[in-house]
Design a protein around this ligand. Sequence first.
Ligand code: AMP
Length: 214
Amino acid sequence: MNIILLGPPGAGKGTQARILVEGRGMIQLSTGDMLREARTSGTEMGNKVAAIMDAGELVTDEIVIGLIEEKLEGDHGGGFIFDGFPRTLAQADALGALLKKHDAKLDAVVEMRVDDNALVQRITARSTCGNCGEVYNDITKPIPADGKCESCGGNEFKRRADDNEESLKTRLMEYYKKTSPLIGYYYHAGALKPVNGLGEIEEVAAEISEALGG
Ligand code: AMP
């Protein structure tokens, strides 16, 4: 099964993708994670994308499509979760063509709905384990009192450079201008499954599971 997790920054795509990976053996393809890795590599592409990401803008379609194309060459396993990709209509068209090339299809597009106020609260309070990527929130899911990650025991936590109110404003604007048209695109294709992203992590996971047919 191949699915897209679609939603604004802070909707919980990464958190839910991790649950799907654990529960269903799917492969998470997060273009955000790939780009964060690329920017630490010191390559020309890494340097180019770093400034764009910090400003909260979208990197070019060409770069992200290239990253996804590479990953699709690998083992398909339990299927792919596209997390944060596609973000433009051109990326959606490219994904359709790439899946076709691999004789694969898109099974569902899970649209995670969360209002803007919740997004600001989630993002400005967010940190992640530097080792395994487990996501924490200062208010709703604080780092354990012993300072160790509940998932892997790691003790280094990071905040993303673009998780601040200024970048978030741009990221939200980019979402509404360039990514939200994909809601209509996939609705028209009969693939859209809207879920309420505002509940507890487990509640949202249950709703997604139901949307995917249990
Ligand atoms: P994310 O981790 O998905 O929130 O992505 C972090 C940042 O990476 C975004 O604000 C963009 O600058 C960049 N990015 C990630 N995925 C894409 C994409 N599919 N298209 C363009 N830019 C992307």
